[in-house]
Design a protein. Structure first.
Lengths: 610, 352
């Protein structure tokens, strides 16, 4: 953007070959900036492959705290010959290309309008290490050392991080230090350090943490009392289950017996995963599964069963590029509609849209409450960018006095009440939510048959059309009740001040807010609203009512959130202007800004010509 | 429903040890075809649960879709039931069981529900040795959609829906498959043989792990014709009973009149015993290899082998494998699950 200072304000991209151990060096780089007190956000752009294909790691450093992706790469650390030409072209004029000069670079691969910094990474590594695998691994730490010198990062911070990383394998610390210093000193000796682009220590992080959304989601499930997880491996959701397993072992193992207060099952497929969750939830535990869009497609039949039989299900959808296998390792908000209306027949599901890891944590435990309270599937709509990348986020918070909201569940004592007219699908409170019983509660009362077929208020099978209709109409009452309870949208202005609005959700938030800030600087104020849940609460509707034109930012091709708003709130489609991003990369503020200013200037031209 | 069971209780009826009359184990009147084998199996389940003194709320009955999966309505009406989706009952049972290890889980499925759409979940629930009883009411056809062949229809068998043509495909033998997959309790029975089926059900429900019973259960409407290998007549003519069987619950001594031939007693984990009588000399039901041989021999000689075919007395169920706490997970509350003061702060510190 327009800011010209390059101190604590740049984008650096590492171009690597996957499977060569670069992730560790790149992660150390990002965390050293975080530890320097400077806001930054890393994005891992990786292939659906284990070894040998190009992978990139991009870090945006911005001390104003704008952490969405930004276009333009200021520094490229290019250690992948496969993508070298493409990487070289991606550097902005006046930027830097740091490359491995162990072999002389071909003349045509030298750009005159950028600074070429050659570090003989492989040669330095071979001088120091004998084993070929080590030469490859420590080459990464050597370029890290070079970056530390060039960007004036405190080398002691990096050393501290290395010590922490290898706390359980202290033998690995000295060779890492050696490689780091090798790269550092070579660079200091051969180049003017630091560059104009550099890192200066600040104190802008406060008590914030650096965390992946998927780990936060898993921790939220644990704090929300979920003791059962069934899952099937699929990128980018696998790390939710892995994190649940890891942290549950730590937090939910009985100290005395060593036995586990939880169960996790790697299912044979996504159908079985959600089936297990439904069985467990029916039997009274809080259960969840995590998957991605392709998995949700497979789960559709069961989602309909949970909706119709009214069983609490917490489903985490870490979205990736679709349709079909799509772009399995790239991000997208492509499942808004297919999740909102998942399964055949008239179905609608509560969706939650987290925008940060802290919110993944919170929405995970509140999502479990909502599922229990409304006895229905609740889907947490994360995505690859949020789930698999580290983000600077508020510390995780949980009030220990908080009680789980288990909703309307009858105990044995409740069932003993004289004159109790209990029917599993009998709405006695008028909110559409009925009382349920857990198997095994009472010897002679409360037993009933759970089924996906039509039934009456007392759970007896029926094909009577009136009774069927009464039941599905009650589900609409229940849906409307949920509108009063799901998270309300977030606004970014004390009161509306513009006839233009901008609506976004999830991982578009950082870039949308940055674009808004830039628009304001240019004298174009827009009001902003971040949607946090579906169904849409009345606040969403009134925001739309109060603006003449509203930009809706969707990270998908078809403008799915826009469609959902039009469909659910009966909005005139011409009022909602789509701002779309669907190339698999996280949306940038530049892109949003361009789309909005384009629209505004066209409007001005039209107005002037009238 | 137009049929209502009379509420009159005959004063001579006996309550079992936990205070329930047999009728309290019954369900609604069956809407299956008159003479359906499935109804006999329901009756056997009622008798087994009554005799085993299972409190109705300590049993959960689960099923998929099809005629067989409708039967849980016709027994144990005081128990919670779950009629899920086609072929997916095992996953529901897995979740339910892990949520509460204290209940008995009785899964009812059919040959279509298990051997076709449900094959994936069937083989995986075997792998996990989930503590449940899994009954397949096997009639070789899709009754509810008017008699199409199922995957257990034998090669050459003739069904009504097939219009007199013989099944051109090889049948899937669920019993053989179960043993092959290391199922820890595998049995086959016949809906017309309650003397055998009742003790088998009791033993299955006491077995700490996955107990599979394939019950040949003729479809009177679509697959009881001449030429069908799942008709009453055919099964009666070709049945080979492995031997008598009695289930002896824990701490209850029952003397059994042994007949001639070799006998075997299998002691279960909880102290219950299964006494097997009149075994063939070359067959040991605790030895997988000999069970497979016996099964193959019967198949070759055109016999339908019934009885307890294989049992692993050392069975470890899924809770054991996952090392879960003794208290059912669904009884754990905030106090049990609170990770402790300071746990979150130390997590946060680790993310800085």
């Amino acid at each position: 953007m327009s800011d010209t200072s390059r101190v604590n304000n740049f984008v650096i991209r590492f171009a690597n070959v996957n499977g060569t151990g670069s992730a560790s060096a790149n992660g150390l780089f990002a965390k050293s900036i975080f530890r320097s007190g400077v806001p930054m956000s890393p994005k891992n752009i990786f292939p659906s492959n284990i070894q040998g294909l190009p992978t990139w790691y991009e870090v945006r450093v911005n001390d104003k705290g704008f952490l969405g992706r930004r276009e333009g790469i200021d520094i490229l650390v290019g250690v992948n010959p496969q993508s070298f030409r493409e990487d070289l072209e991606s550097v902005v004029r006046g930027g830097y290309m740091i490359y491995d000069s162990s072999r002389q670079l071909h003349d045509e691969l030298i750009r005159e309008d950028i600074h070429m910094i050659g570090i003989p990474m492989m040669r330095l590594s071979m001088d120091e290490f004998d084993v070929p695998r080590h030469q490859q691994l420590f080459k990464n730490i050597i370029y890290l050392g070079a970056c530390v010198a060039l960007l004036d990062i405190d080398i002691d911070i990096v050393k501290q991080l290395i010590e922490e990383q290898f706390a359980s394998k202290p033998k690995l610390v000295p060779p890492n230090f050696t490689a780091l210093e090798k790269g550092y000193h070579y660079t200091k000796d051969h180049f003017d350090c630091p560059l104009d682009i550099r890192v200066e220590k600040r104190d802008l992080i406060g008590n914030k943490i650096l965390l992946e959304g998927n780990a936060a989601t898993a921790l939220g499930a644990i704090y929300g009392g979920s003791t059962f997880c069934a899952w099937y491996p699929i990128t980018p959701s696998t790390s939710v289950a892995k994190a649940f397993d890891k942290y549950a072992h730590k937090l939910l193992t009985d100290r005395k017996t060593g036995k586990k207060k939880f169960a996790i099952v790697q299912a044979e497929d996504e159908l079985a995963a959600i089936g297990m969750v439904i069985g467990a939830a029916w039997n009274g535990v809080r259960a969840f599964t995590s998957t991605s869009g392709a998995g949700v497609s497979l789960m559709n039949e069961f989602i309909g069963l949970a909706y119709f039989a009214e069983i609490p299900v917490f489903l985490v959808n870490v979205q990736r590029g679709g349709p079909s296998t799509g772009m399995p390792t790239r991000t997208q908000q492509g499942d808004v509609l297919s999740s909102a209306y998942a399964s055949h027949g008239d179905t609608k599901h509560i969706l939650l849209f987290p925008a940060s890891p802290a919110e993944c944590f919170e929405m995970s435990y509140t999502g479990l409450d909502l599922a229990d309270r409304f006895q229905t599937p609740v889907i947490l709509m994360s995505d690859l960018d949020l789930g698999m990348n580290e983000h600077i986020t508020e510390p995780l918070q949980y009030d220990k006095k908080r009680k789980f909201d288990r909703g309307k569940v009858l105990t044995a004592e409740d069932l003993e009440q004289s004159g109790l007219d209990w029917g599993r699908y009998l709405d006695v409170d008028g909110d559409g939510i009925c009382y349920r019983t857990i198997p095994g509660t009472h010897p002679s009362k409360g037993g009933y048959f759970t089924r996906g077929t039509s039934r009456d208020e007392y759970a007896k099978y029926t094909e009577n059309g009136e009774v069927y209709k009464r039941n599905v109409d009650r589900l609409t009452v229940k849906w409307n009740t949920s509108k009063k309870v799901v998270p309300k949208p977030e606004f970014y202005q004390p009161s509306n001040q513009s006839s233009y609005g901008i609506i976004f959700f999830g991982t578009s938030t950082d870039s949308a807010l940055e674009a808004m800030n830039e628009l304001e600087k240019r004298g174009n104020r827009v009001d902003a609203m971040r949607i946090k849940a579906f169904p849409f609460t009345p606040e969403v509707e009134s925001f739309l009512d109060q603006h003449d034109e509203v930009f809706v930012i969707d990270q998908n091709k078809d403008g799915q959130m826009r469609t959902l708003l039009i469909n659910e709130l009966e909005i005139n489609p011409s009022k909602l202007i789509s701002v779309l991003n669907y190339n698999g990369y996280p949306i940038t503020s530049d892109h949003i800004l361009n789309k909005i200013t384009q629209h505004l200037s066209v409007k001005e031209l039209v107005t002037e010509s009238i | 429903m137009s049929y209502i069971k009379p509420t009159f209780i005959h004063p001579g009826l006996e309550k079992n040890a936990v205070g329930y009359l047999k009728r309290e184990y019954e369900g609604a009147i069956s809407t299956l075809c008159a003479g359906c084998g499935h109804d006999s199996i329901s009756t056997a389940i009622v008798q087994a649960c009554y005799e085993m003194n299972i409190e109705p709320h300590h049993l959960a009955k689960l099923s998929g879709i099809g005629c067989s999966s409708k039967t849980p309505t016709y027994f144990m009406s005081n128990s919670h039931g779950f009629n899920s989706v086609h072929g997916r009952m095992p996953s529901i049972a897995t979740g339910a069981n892990l949520a509460n290890r204290d209940l008995i889980y009785l899964g009812i499925s059919g040959d279509g529900d298990t051997a076709s759409i449900g094959m994936g979940q069937f083989v995986h629930v075997i792998r996990r040795n989930l503590n449940m009883t899994y009954v397949v009411m096997n009639n070789g056809c899709y009754g509810l959609t008017k008699g199409q062949d199922s995957a257990t229809a034998d090669f050459g068998s003739i069904s009504k829906a097939g219009g007199g043509t013989a099944t051109p495909f090889q049948a899937i033998d669920l019993v053989g498959l179960g043993i092959e997959l290391n199922a820890t309790f595998v049995a086959r029975s016949f809906s017309g043989d309650k003397t055998q089926l009742i003790p088998l059900l009791k033993a299955a429900m006491s077995h700490p792990g996955f107990a599979f019973i394939d019950v040949i259960s003729p479809c009177v409407t679509f697959n009881n014709n001449r030429g069908s290998t799942k008709s009453y007549d055919y099964v009666r003519d070709h049945i080979a009973i492995t031997g008598g069987l009695d289930f002896v619950p824990r701490q209850e001594e029952i003397s059994i009149d042994y007949e001639s031939g070799s006998d075997k007693t299998v002691e279960l984990f909880d102290g219950s015993r299964i006494n097997l009588r009149k075994l063939a000399d070359d067959w040991d039901p605790t030895d997988r290899y000999s069970a497979i041989n016996k099964l193959q021999d019967s198949k070759r000689s055109g016999q339908i082998l019934t009885g307890l075919i294989y049992i692993d007395p050392e069975s470890r169920d899924l809770h054991d494998i996952l090392n879960t706490v003794d208290k059912p997970l669904n009884k754990l509350d905030e106090d049990d699950l609170w990770p402790g003061d300071g746990a979150l702060e130390s997590l946060n510190a680790g993310f800085r």
